[in-house]
Design a protein around this ligand. Structure first.
Ligand code: GDP
Length: 295
């Protein structure tokens, strides 16, 4: 991921970096290419506009630091703006009384179930937490069984399945089991739909109100492209998202979704999913990503 953005910008910046002096035309031309590169990487138009405006604002009237060329300075300003837009690296927030409820939300097929198990494995391995997984997906056939299998693979707890139970009741039972059996974290994997719809949002909101999650993580497929903005905005407004996970960054996603979602919601991207295996979860480092984009 981010390679196409990186190679697009690479040429522009190579040219810029070599220049001793920069005319205004050089800068405008470079920014035009930055704009095209961001759009081609699927960053949403309003986000691109804001981004270019803030780079321009900062570049104008800057004293050129002696040790670097004006070209390098523009590159640095773009880099700083990218880092700012991408936010800071933030780990999962577990600052609440145990068992800490973590709600996983998103569309069907985004990678919610896999990501739930990945996060459980990470918390168990790195943080030595006792984690309980529970699937609230009563609609997709075998969704609950799928999570149960993944829980076994990760060697973490899973809530026994009771047929016919409603999502809110499952969530409550998971929290009860969490309390009773001394779990540190309870991860609730909600049902997704193919598209956002009222019924989905109402159900997730009901679960949220029942358990008051410490984290509500929105899982989004990195290939979602332009739709990522609407998705992130909608979930954030209706449910209240505390962080995001971008999955399938191992595919040929163009990386723009990360920038757009972060800019639109102001919520941090916490993890990247980089494969189907349970250990394929990475912490999101904005500075590294910005570095990778700029090459
Ligand atoms: P859900 O419907 O949102 O719960 O999605 P699932 O967790 O069932 O994932 C759907 C498919 O995507 C499964 O085949 C997963 O193995 C796959 N998947 C999930 N995360 C990733 C990822 O980061 N990379 C890749 N390549 N595949 C993933």
């Amino acid at each position: 991921m981010f390679e196409s953005l990186s190679s697009r910008l690479g040429d522009v910046f190579e040219r810029l970096k070599r220049r001793g002096a920069l005319s205004e035309t050089d800068v405008s031309e470079a920014l035009r290419e930055v704009r095209v590169a961001l759009l081609e990487a699927d960053v949403a138009l309003p986000v691109v506009k804001d981004f270019i405006a803030s780079v321009k604002e900062r570049a104008v009237g800057q004293d050129v630091v002696r040790s670097i060329t004006p070209g390098q300075m523009v590159v640095k300003i773009v880099h700083d703006c990218l880092v700012e837009t991408l936010g800071t690296a933030e780990d999962i927030n577990l600052a609440a009384a145990a068992p800490v409820p973590v709600l996983m939300v998103g569309l069907q097929g985004s990678g919610k179930t896999t990501t739930s198990a990945k996060i459980a494995l990470r918390l168990k391995t790195l943080d030595k937490k006792k984690v309980l997984l529970a699937s609230l997906d009563i609609y997709r056939p075998a969704a609950q069984q799928q999570l149960e299998i993944l829980a076994r693979q990760a060697d973490v707890g899973s809530l026994p399945i009771l047929m016919g139970e409603k999502p809110v009741a499952i969530a409550r039972r998971a929290m009860e089991m969490g309390r009773r059996e001394g779990y540190d974290v309870v991860i609730l994997d909600t049902a997704g739909r193919l598209h956002i719809d009222e019924a989905l949002m109402a159900e997730v909101a009901e679960v949220r109100d029942a358990v008051t999650p410490t984290e509500t993580l929105l899982v989004v497929d990195a290939m979602t492209g332009q739709d990522a903005v609407n998705l992130a905005r909608e979930f954030n407004e209706k449910i209240g998202v505390t962080g995001m996970v971008l999955t399938r960054v191992d595919g040929d996603a163009r990386g723009g979704a990360a920038l757009s979602m972060r800019a639109v919601t102001g919520r941090p991207i916490k993890f990247l999913g980089a494969g189907e295996k349970l250990d394929a979860l990475e912490v999101f480092h904005p500075d590294r990503v910005a570095g990778r984009i700029l090459g």
